[in-house]
Design a protein around this ligand. Structure first.
Ligand SMILES: NC(=O)c1ccc[n+]([C@@H]2O[C@H](COP(=O)([O-])OP(=O)(O)OC[C@H]3O[C@@H](n4cnc5c(N)ncnc54)[C@H](O)[C@@H]3O)[C@@H](O)[C@H]2O)c1
Ligand SMILES: [Zn+2]
Length: 362
């Protein structure tokens, strides 16, 4: 088992990464000195596979758990489900010292985290991420929240978990498309922060795609360490943390204009990162060789790298980018790359550069 620490003063916590960790969930929670009662929030795909093991482990350590199951998929991140979770927590008499366990992907983590942040003005919560995306990204850093009809993640909070437990074995049942989508965030860490990681991914991609446990453990631990370092320096996104949004300005807009149906988040940000690399070649002197390496790695991971838009869709894409939370004073600001491993935030990008960057077939 590997441990990565997230350094946030008295809110610091550990990320445990390894095989067969679900069985140790109870023992890990015991160290946190929490109350006896907890609620596991999970979804309809994950609960039937993993909730029994999690509950058994909690019970063996003296905890009483109740299981709250929500539907699977992005629409579950709603205020209606927050409400329903509150009612179930209250019905099972969870109190101030009780805690919430988020067992699932990023949807469950964001929803359960928001429930934990607000129920009784905040109860402790533990993340048990079961998708690659959640293990390397959404379970770490404390952004929690739900969607409104007007847009994604519009209601939320910064609320750090007390512990993150990444059981690599849970990734075994993840559908291939979801696994590849998670790789888009993994590759992102190489581009924004760590040229050596990027190189390793170029070398070890076949092992990763086979879900080789040792390679997965190394890579997930490195991604978590990078996120921990960034969040440790800028918890509430006043500066450095913005670099995590590389490729996301275009990616989020693509998700919005396709009504969250066509692309998974990882697929949308794969297209977004490749397009942003091309824009970076024009504005921040990213070498063409690096643009090619970036596009090639996403392609080898089985992710889309371009999309052709009609002019009406392009107009909607630009509008959607202007509505993004990251926009301030109406100006669209991008994170651009200078080279693989180094990016710079807050760069203005003229709209005219966006379409050609999206539409270059490999
Ligand atoms: N809080 C953050 O910092 C942050 C960062 C990135 C993304 N997010 C959010 O994360 C969400 C996406 O997360 P996701 O990609 O994990 O999606 P998800 O939670 O919807 O999971 C993807 C699918 O896989 C299923 N699943 C999960 N684990 C499984 C397993 N082990 N075996 C089989 N099936 C499994 C789920 O039921 C779902 O159908 C989005 O809502 C996004 O906004 C949050
Ligand atoms: Zn993302």
């Amino acid at each position: 088992m590997r441990t990565v620490k997230v350094p946030l003063g008295d809110r610091s916590y550990s990320i445990r990464i390894g095989r067969n960790l679900l069985c140790r969930l109870g023992a890990e929670c015991q160290r946190l000195e929490l109350g006896k009662r907890c609620a596991i929030i999970s979804d309809r795909n994950v609960a039937p596979r993993y909730a029994t093991v999690a509950r058994r482990a909690l019970s063996a350590a003296g905890f009483e758990s109740v299981l709250v199951t929500v539907p699977a998929g992005e629409p579950a991140k709603s205020l209606a489900n927050v409400h329903s979770c509150y009612n179930q927590l209250a019905a099972h008499r969870l109190e101030r010292k009780s805690f919430v366990v988020a067992l699932g992907g990023g949807v469950v983590g964001d929803l359960a985290g928001f429930v934990a942040a607000t129920y009784l003005r905040g109860v402790a919560f533990v993340q048990v991420p079961t998708t690659l995306l959640a293990q390397v990204d959404s379970s770490v850093g404390g952004k929690v929240g739900v969607n409104l009809e007007a847009g994604k993640n519009l209601v939320g909070a910064f609320y750090q978990p007390r512990l993150v437990v990444c059981d690599l074995d849970t990734l075994g049942s993840l559908p291939d498309r979801e696994f590849r989508a998670g790789l888009a965030e993994v590759i992102k860490y190489g581009i924004i922060y760590d040229a050596a990681l990027f190189k390793r991914l170029e070398r070890d991609l076949p092992r990763l795609l086979r879900r080789d446990a040792k390679t997965l453990a190394d890579v997930i631990a490195r991604c978590c360490a990078i996120k921990a370092e960034i969040v440790g320096q800028d918890e509430t996104e006043n500066g450095l943390r913005a670099i995590l949004n590389f490729g996301h300005t275009i990616g989020h807009a693509l998700e919005t204009i396709s009504s969250y149906g066509k692309f998974l988040h990882g697929e949308a940000i794969s297209i977004g990162q490749v397009a942003t690399a091309r824009i970076s070649a024009k504005l921040t002197a990213l070498p063409e060789h690096d643009v090619t390496r970036i596009a090639r790695l996403f392609e080898r991971a089985g992710l889309p790298t371009h999309t052709r838009l009609k002019s009406t869709q392009l107009a909607r894409l630009l509008d959607a980018m202007k509505l993004d939370k990251k926009v301030s004073d109406g100006e669209i600001r991008f994170v651009l790359a200078r080279r693989v491993g180094e990016v710079v935030a807050g760069q203005k990008v003229p709209g005219t550069l966006i379409e050609p960057a999206l539409d270059i077939a490999q």
